[in-house]
Design a protein around this ligand. Structure first.
Ligand code: P6P
Length: 338
């Protein structure tokens, strides 16, 4: 493994600030506040069984999904940190029915950015100690600075994102993000509470041997997906098939592995979820920006995810993402069917 520098995330953010076309320092402060919230969530995730924060919070989110106590904790941690540091004018969250307007001092009102977040993705895995994650997406607002943020500030296509990233709370905790100039990964050293650059300029291999999909839903999949799964399972040494099936049930974990090793993650439409399960704005768009920035691809099976014009905050989409040649191959089966 190439030894990375001992550069901290804080130093990296400052070093890269001038690369960013809007280098006012505000985006740097925004990413720094996400870094802080990630540490707060990480501490609790790592102690979940000891601090009585496992299990259900007793409510449901707008998705109709049972909220875990950690879902609520993570949501509040990110909202509080982003609000108190007055780096955004609005936040949309998987755990909040509507977007949150950040009212504070003039700094909040004058902020150029909105953040969309899945505070704790894969939370159903928490109680069984499986990797979970946070996913974030950052846009410049399109309504006038200084006015109250509006829904249209959040309903922008993914190709307008200025930054995107995730935190993966796994065997180690990593923060992986892009501001449009490549993808870099930082590993938390818990002994000093600092993220250090550990994976610079991540590139997704064009080909991989891993396909990630919940085959328990096979009977409900579209014909093209069924045919692609059979393609993955065929024996063909020239194309390294059969591939390996790996499905953790936590998007951030499956995506992160495929980023580093190559592979494709698929959550298609099904007969019971005709629009797919994953949320476009705060799951698929940020992951799609990261995948594309790392040389990969992300589609809804046929169309590029980043080109989809959103119409609703919590809208869902089918999602095919990872190694470019694998996503293209899957697309060839989907196009034949359409
Ligand atoms: P299923 C977690 O709820 C999530 O949104 C993703 O993190 C994960 O990949 C997917 O849903 C798992 O869904 O239906 O396979 O359990």
């Amino acid at each position: 493994m190439k030894k990375e520098t001992t550069q901290t995330l804080g130093e990296f953010i400052i070093d890269k600030q001038e690369d960013f076309q809007y280098s006012s320092g505000e985006l740097s402060r925004l990413i720094s506040s996400i870094k802080l919230a990630a540490k707060v969530v990480n501490r609790v995730v790592n102690q979940a069984g000891l601090v009585g924060i496992n299990g259900s919070a007793g409510g449901e989110n707008i998705q109709g999904e049972e909220q875990q106590k950690l879902d609520v904790f993570a949501d509040q941690a990110f909202i509080k940190t982003l609000s108190s540091r007055e780096v955004v004018c609005g936040i949309a969250s998987e755990e909040q029915d509507e977007f949150v307007t950040i009212v504070g001092s003039e700094d909040s009102k004058s902020s150029k950015y909105v953040v969309l977040i899945d505070p704790l993705d894969g939370s159903s895995n928490i109680d069984v100690n499986v990797t979970v994650g946070t996913i974030f997406s950052i846009y410049r607002r399109i309504t006038p600075i200084g006015t109250p943020v509006e829904l249209k500030d959040f309903l922008q296509p993914g190709n307008k994102q200025v930054a995107a990233g995730y935190v993966v709370y796994g065997s180690s905790t990593m923060l992986v993000y892009t501001t449009g100039n490549g993808v870099n990964g930082f590993t938390l050293d818990p002994s000093v509470g600092t993220f250090y650059l550990s994976h610079s300029n991540i590139i997704i291999p064009q080909e991989g041997k891993i396909y990630s999909i919940n085959e328990g839903n096979y009977i409900k999949f579209p014909k093209g997906v069924k045919e692609y799964i059979k393609y993955c399972q065929e024996e063909d040494q020239n194309s390294n098939r059969p591939y390996t099936s790996r499905y953790i049930g936590s998007l951030v974990a499956d995506f992160h592995r495929n980023m580093l090793k190559g592979g494709v993650y698929i959550y298609p439409t099904t007969s019971s979820s005709p629009n797919g399960k994953l949320r476009l704005l705060y799951e698929c768009n940020p992951m799609a920006m990261l995948a594309v920035q790392a040389g990969g691809m992300a589609t809804d099976g046929i169309n590029d995810i980043l080109d989809i014009q959103p119409t609703a905050l919590h809208q869902r989409t089918s999602f095919f993402c990872g190694s470019s040649k694998m996503v293209e191959k899957a697309k060839s089966f989907m196009v034949k069917e359409s």
